[in-house]
Structures are given as structure tokens and as C-alpha cells.
Design a protein around this ligand. Structure first.
Ligand SMILES: Cc1cc2nc3c(=O)[nH]c(=O)nc-3n(C[C@H](O)[C@H](O)[C@H](O)COP(=O)(O)OP(=O)(O)OC[C@H]3O[C@@H](n4cnc5c(N)ncnc54)[C@H](O)[C@@H]3O)c2cc1C
Length: 331
């Protein structure tokens, strides 16, 4: 039986939400097409069953472990190379990658080396049309929806984050191990040291709720109330570009066209005007709440709920109300 391959990117020793989303998308297409789903993990050493279990729980009929000593660190060329060799060897018709930073780096190279059609950042599973497949993606910074058509196989696609809700589809864990070596050329540049930013927060791209603030907050000393609101909601924090540019907040919090693109279930924007470049990164959030003292702020046009008011009054009161609500409903 042929299958849809999913790149199961492992980070910090586990498979994060984008991988589960990709498995869910793969499962949906596989069930339509009568195919299996194979989760393909690239690693330098075999992984314990407990680590691989979530892949089977979210619909992988088989887990393929591609191992080689040179694959210890993430090296885009090396990972793309071994995946392309695997794809050529087994001839899978579809291969999905989550559109994470690493997925974006691997996908295009993989598609070239595997002689595949490349669909970038699709947000729905490809649909059969005529002799080929049609796929949908968001284009022009959320201002257009684009359909791409191809009659070519295989299809390699990166999947826009937060476009598929992970759904369990449990099956027994089945593991196959293969060794594929990258080429010497793929290893010309490799990481020698990685320093992680210490944080106890949910990563921005995975967060269900994001509390974000902009220049309306006047200065970094006022971020305590943003942190407080994020804490009671179990949310990640984000910010607009100028705020990161002047160093009020770290750059990894900057969302928008030139920053991280997110689509959480709830995005709360405090003191952010809603410039088009900001919206490009957040407008596909499921629910948007805007807090701004200017009723004409453009952000209100895309908001599901808006509060016109001074953030310095509104945010502490909102935090307190949520805290009280949670206390009352915690039993
Ligand atoms: C090529 C390019 C790429 C860009 N990429 C990005 C990007 O990725 N992300 C991004 O964010 N921006 C980006 N920008 C910048 C963007 O155009 C805006 O300048 C920026 O988003 C504005 O940030 P802001 O909303 O925090 O600040 P402002 O536009 O200054 O807005 C501050 C808001 O706070 C409100 N406010 C003030 N006081 C209060 C108060 N007390 N209570 C409540 N509200 C208050 C104001 O009414 C105002 O609406 C880009 C620009 C360019 C040219």
C-alpha cells in the first residue's frame, strides 16, 4: 500500500503540535485516497517507543526512522537530502511538512531533489480535480486566497501552522528503521553551538492564546500587566515590530509580515494600531480582541471583540475579572 509521508520533526525530544497537525491533515487525505500515513523521523539515533507513541496516536500507520550519525543537529541540506533519497526510493505520492522554520527550510530543497511539485503553506488538504490536485493557500499577507493546481506527482507540501486541529486516530505503533547518509556537500555548514532562550512559556507558534502589545504601552516598564494577563490565561506573549526594534521586548516575540506568523484561537491586541504589516501575521487568528483608546484604530475592523479604552485601566480589570472567573469555576 502506498502512503502519505509526513516529516515528523522532533524538537526538544518530542513531537510538537505542528507535527500532530500535519499527521491529522495527512490522515484526512489518506482516508480519502485509500492510502496509509507514514511518519518519517530524521535522527542520529534510534528513539524510544514512548517518544514515538504520539505519532501512532495521531494517525501514523508506520513510523520510519531514518538514522545516521551526521544527522544529530538539524542541518537543512542534510535533512532534505535524506528525505529526498527516501522519497525517491519508496515513491510516495505525497509528502507533508509542517510550515515551521525548519519545515520552510527543508521543503523547497526536498521538492527539487525529489523531483516533486511544491505547494507552499497550504491550509487545506489538496483536492482531486481532473487529472491533478488543487490546493489552497493564503497569499499576499492574508489579502488573497490562492489555488494552486498540479498534475505532477509526487507532491511535497508545507502546511500552514494552526490550519488543522490535531485529532487522535490511534493505531498500534509500528517502527521501521533505515540508515541513509547525507552527502559530504550537505555538511559544508553545520551548527557548532546552540544557545536556547530560557523561557517557561508556551512557544508562540504553538500557543492557543496570545496576548500581544504595541507602542500604546509607552515603555518596557509597563509590560508587567501584559505578563499578568498572559499568566492568568496561560497565554504566550507577543509584540508589534517597533516594540521589538527599540528593545522593549525580545525579537522572538515580534509578530507580523516580517516576524512570526501565528493563528491562535485567541489573539488579544493591546495598544496596537493594526497596521497591514502587523495584521499579515495575526489576522487568521480564530478570535481577535482589540483593546485601544482610539475608536478609529484600524485593528477594530478585523476584531471579533473590541474594547475602546485606556489599556492601563482596561487590562488590569480584565485580568482581575478573568482571575475571579477562574477561581469560581475551578471546582
Ligand atoms: C516593510 C515593513 C514591514 C513591517 N513588518 C511589521 C511586522 O511584521 N509587524 C508589525 O507589528 N509591524 C510591522 N511593520 C510596522 C507597521 O507598519 C507599524 O508601524 C507597526 O505595526 C505599528 O506598531 P504599533 O501598533 O505597536 O504602534 P502604533 O502604530 O504607534 O500604534 C499604537 C496604538 O496604541 C494605541 N494606544 C496609545 N495609547 C494607548 C492606551 N493608553 N491604551 C490603549 N491603546 C493605546 C494607539 O491608539 C495606537 O493605535 C512593518 C513596516 C514595514 C514598512
Amino acid at each position: 500500500m502506498s502512503a502519505i509521508g509526513i516529516w515528523a520533526e522532533i524538537s526538544d525530544g518530542r513531537f510538537k503540535k505542528p507535527v500532530l497537525e500535519a499527521l491529522t491533515a495527512g490522515r484526512a487525505l489518506a482516508d480519502k485516497e485509500g492510502l496509509a500515513v507514514w511518519a518519517v523521523v530524521v535522527t542520529n539515533e534510534p528513539l524510544p517507543e514512548a517518544t514515538l507513541q504520539p505519532l501512532a496516536e495521531y494517525g501514523a500507520d508506520k513510523v520510519v526512522l531514518i538514522t545516521h550519525a551526521d544527522l544529530k543537529e538539524f542541518i537543512p541540506n542534510a535533512y532534505a537530502r535524506v528525505l529526498s533519497q527516501y522519497l525517491r526510493e519508496v515513491g510516495l505520492p505525497f509528502f507533508f511538512l509542517p510550515q515551521t522554520y525548519n519545515g520552510r527550510a527543508v521543503g523547497p530543497m526536498l521538492s527539487i531533489w525529489a523531483d516533486a511539485a511544491f505547494l507552499s503553506g497550504i491550509n487545506a488538504i489538496p483536492e482531486k480535480e481532473g487529472a491533478g490536485y488543487k490546493a489552497r493557500r493564503i497569499a499576499y499577507s492574508n489579502k488573497a486566497i490562492e489555488w494552486i493546481y498540479t498534475e505532477h506527482k509526487p507532491i511535497v507540501a508545507t502546511l500552514r501552522l494552526n490550519s488543522f486541529i490535531p485529532a487522535k486516530a490511534s493505531r498500534p505503533l509500528q517502527v521501521e528503521t533505515k540508515t541513509i547518509a547525507p552527502l559530504a556537500d550537505d555538511l559544508r555548514a553545520r551548527p557548532v553551538k546552540v544557545e536556547k532562550v530560557a523561557t517557561d512559556r508556551v512557544p508562540l507558534t504553538e500557543a492557543e492564546i496570545v496576548v500581544s502589545a504595541g507602542r500604546g504601552l509607552k515603555g518596557p516598564e509597563n509590560w508587567g500587566m501584559v505578563e499578568e494577563l498572559a499568566k492568568v490565561l496561560g497565554a504566550a506573549t507577543a509584540c508589534s515590530k517597533p516594540v521589538a526594534d527599540v528593545g522593549w521586548r525580545p525579537h522572538h516575540e515580534h509578530v507580523g509580515q516580517t516576524g512570526i506568523q501565528i493563528s491562535p484561537n485567541l489573539y488579544i491586541a493591546i495598544g496596537i494600531s493594526g497596521a497591514i504589516q502587523h495584521l499579515a501575521g495575526v489576522a487568521s487568528s480564530k478570535n481577535i480582541v482589540v483593546i485601544n483608546n482610539d475608536p478609529e484604530a484600524p485593528f477594530f475592523k478585523v476584531a471579533d471583540y473590541g474594547i475602546v479604552g485606556d489599556a492601563f485601566e482596561v487590562v488590569p480589570r480584565l485580568t482581575e475579572a478573568i482571575r475571579r472567573y477562574k477561581e469560581q469555576h475551578s471546582h
